[in-house]
Ligand binder design. Structure first.
Ligand code: NDP
Length: 352
């Protein structure tokens, strides 16, 4: 079984040399034992698609590794297999509910096979093969954690009203592209921003955003936001943090809401930490709320059924960026921080 590991902690911008590919023989002896309880239960999954997510970098930092944990997930020590959402096919199982050939989604690893056991079994789900969507949709994308994050982060945290003016940063990415589309479908006015012309065109021409701009071409983010939101921003869905969060706060309306989904610009550079004008936050009564996708399990059914209908009617588009082969994982991950992905970054490890 080949799998990806980090070679050292990563405290700044990641690069390919921070990763290596290891090989380990997996013994299937365990599968010949009779089905047992608890820790005896193992499901062996041949990985097909794995999710590549920015938050993983926070698990790779020296600080996280010395503490043994970060708030969202356990630290990833150098040399350790890296777990991530994914989709695969069961090739062996002692679990009564999973049999060889089943297609599943769950916590897999950046590797060829995953031995799913212990606590990870609670995330393992059989895929509904009646749904004729690409399997990749379930690998942390529109029908996985990005979808739930976008739906919950927008509807539960931002509590939108029709006509609200919504600003989304990293808008062509996995979460951002869905937030903007949910907001449009709900009846908001939506402006997105992204780091290339290709991404800006995608937002305006394919995803139905009212407007979009390239933040890398703006010399003053404050005045850019004044131009795009002459009547102010009601909702800011933040994926990035840093100076854009400061500029957004300056342009928020009274009782504005900031959905603090992630701060990717700060993950690799502590000096980018946002210092928003807190006096403005007080006087404008702005609500800033951080969250994790797991906080939205109470609305999971609503999210999944609404999203499936939107996908079936073609009102919602899933933008995916798929690379091929286990060897492409280090570059796929590093590219998130270089802005080289368009939509949900996924690596296809195997076709069957
Ligand atoms: P994306 O698909 O949006 O990929 C990352 C994008 O971020 C890049 O393509 C790039 O787009 C942008 N970016 C990278 N570095 C910078 C930088 N220094 N400054 C500005 N923009 C940058 O990733 P996801 O949709 O998976 O994640 C988006 C955010 O949501 C992340 O912060 C992530 O951690 C967070 N998240 C939070 C979850 C939660 O439960 N709270 C769950 C999932 C994600 P561009 O070219 O436009 O700059």
């Amino acid at each position: 079984n080949k799998y990806v590991v980090t070679t050292s902690n990563i405290d700044g911008a990641p690069n390919e040399s921070n990763f290596a590919i290891c090989e380990q023989v997996v013994s299937l002896k365990v599968l010949r034992q009779p089905a047992g309880e608890g820790s005896d239960i193992v499901v062996v999954v041949k990985n097909m698609y794995v999710s590549i997510d920015p938050y993983q970098i926070n698990r790779m930092k020296s600080y996280s590794c010395s503490q043994g944990t970060v708030s969202a997930a356990a630290a990833l020590l150098p040399g350790q297999a890296i777990n991530a959402s994914g989709v695969g096919r069961v090739v062996g199982s002692t679990h009564p509910e999973f049999k060889e050939g089943d297609l599943v989604s769950g916590a897999l690893i950046w590797g060829e096979y995953t031995l799913v056991k212990g606590i990870s079994l609670q995330w393992l789900q059989k895929l509904d093969t009646n749904l004729s969507f690409p399997l990749s949709y379930f690998a942390g994308g529109v029908l996985g954690s990005s979808g739930l994050t976008a739906y919950g982060g927008f509807f539960k945290v931002c509590k939108p009203k029709k006509g609200d003016k919504v600003f989304v940063f990293a808008a062509s990415g996995s979460v951002g592209s869905l937030v903007g589309q949910y907001a449009k479908l709900f009846g908001c006015y939506v402006v997105g921003c992204a780091g290339t012309k290709q991404k800006v065109d995608l937002l305006k021409d394919e995803l139905g955003f009212d407007d979009a701009f390239n933040y890398k071409q703006e010399t003053d983010l404050n005045s850019a936001l004044k131009r795009y939101f002459p009547e102010g921003i009601d909702i800011y869905f933040d994926n990035v943090g840093g100076e854009m969060l400061e500029a957004a706060i300056n342009n928020m309306n009274v009782f504005g809401r900031v959905s603090l989904c992630g701060v990717i610009s700060e993950y690799t550079d502590d000096s980018k930490r946002a210092k928003p004008d807190m006096v403005a936050v007080v006087y404008k009564r702005i609500k800033i709320e951080g969250f994790l996708s797991v906080d939205f399990m109470d609305i999971y059914q609503e999210y999944i059924s609404t999203t499936i209908i939107y996908l079936q009617t073609g009102e919602l588009k899933a933008v995916e960026d798929i690379s091929d082969g286990l060897d492409s994982i280090p570059t796929a991950f590093v590219d998130l921080f270089r802005g080289n992905n368009v939509g949900k970054k996924i690596v296809r490890i195997s076709q069957d």
